[in-house]
Design a protein around this ligand. Sequence first.
Ligand SMILES: Cc1cc2nc3c(=O)[nH]c(=O)nc-3n(C[C@H](O)[C@H](O)[C@H](O)COP(=O)(O)OP(=O)(O)OC[C@H]3O[C@@H](n4cnc5c(N)ncnc54)[C@H](O)[C@@H]3O)c2cc1C
Length: 379
Amino acid sequence: MNFEHNENEQMIAQMVRDFAEKEIRPTFMEWDESQHFPKSLFNKMGELGLMGVLVPEEYGGAGLGYNEYITVISEIAQVCGSIGLSVAAHNSLCTGHIMSFGNEAQKKKYLPKLASGQWIGAWGLTEANTGSDAMRMKCVAKKEGNEWVLNGAKNWITHGISGDVAVVLARTGDLLDSRGITAFIVERGTPGFQGGKKENKLGMRASETAEMIFEDCRIPEENVLGEVGDGFIQAMKILDGGRISIGALSLGIAKGALAASIKYSKEREQFGQPISNFQAIAFKLADMATEIEAAEMLLYQSAYLKNTGQKMTKESAMAKYYASEVCVKAATEAVQIFGGYGYTKDYPAEKYYRDAKLCTIGEGTSEIQKLVISRELLK
Ligand SMILES: Cc1cc2nc3c(=O)[nH]c(=O)nc-3n(C[C@H](O)[C@H](O)[C@H](O)COP(=O)(O)OP(=O)(O)OC[C@H]3O[C@@H](n4cnc5c(N)ncnc54)[C@H](O)[C@@H]3O)c2cc1C
């Protein structure tokens, strides 16, 4: 493995950093307070190639690999986890699913719009009663002539209301049959499809999380992604890559929390000296930095495997599990280092703390990652 970030990655990091400082930092607390999803920001990010990082250039994307993708997500997340989450979900879930399993006509129709940020993507797997246990989903699609009729609801969907297009997983066969689920492309405005309740969340508040409702929603046959019955297997593959996304998001939040903690601990004085002089504080920084670097290496390991087309189910689960737990720990320590100020919205620590927790839940909880890792070990 090469541990050096190449010139391209460094250039991308600087470009994203500059963009985040100018376009995200000045307003992210307002968006957070009001749970405002800043849709026009995503159009701007599309112009910079951030909405189709992995999409080949022939479909209007940036045509980059997973190393650059980690750079993009983690740099955004260092400033604002919510925006990082939305960019990650758009790139790796909806866009990634169409890119990986769409036919030529579907790729030509949807990828340029998604990669340019003209359209925002959503991806619907989770339902109210089926999160970790997605195979038991109730949302059903029945074939009628040349159409599929979709009925049910999806919950906790990033961009469930604002998404212009969604990839929706629905039951087309028997319950618990891994070949009984199919993926469909559903455009906003399709009769019978509407956004539902928007969740009022602890963190990641500027990233819209909402219900999608389907009532006799008719989907043309041409919107089936891949083969009928392949949806669950496709979704599991998408989540393998998605774990790199959430790992990168975790890495960014953790790095942001560490940088803020270093700065504050050098400025804040108690007992006549900067608190960074106290070993109790300096050792917290040392632990945070060490764990962040270990998480980064696990992430780049899974990126390497993904870039080279190798199986990475275990490695991406390890990276997501470890990076997300490190992220929560780093954000918790940041609040402690900031003391009482860490408990207020005037300083950045409390937002990192609130945003961090999503990382151990979204796209498979830490417990589910351990299930995936142990199953791979015990095969
Ligand atoms: C902000 C946000 C954005 C999201 N975006 C999307 C999205 O865009 N698309 C989408 O489809 N979903 C999305 N989700 C849903 C997310 O993927 C689920 O919340 C997650 O998979 C967990 O499912 P659950 O919430 O139903 O928890 P549950 O599955 O009910 O789990 C509850 C607890 O039980 C544990 N548990 C469950 N099963 C086991 C087991 N077998 N062994 C041990 N422990 C177990 C879990 O680890 C957890 O601690 C989002 C969620 C959030 C919060």
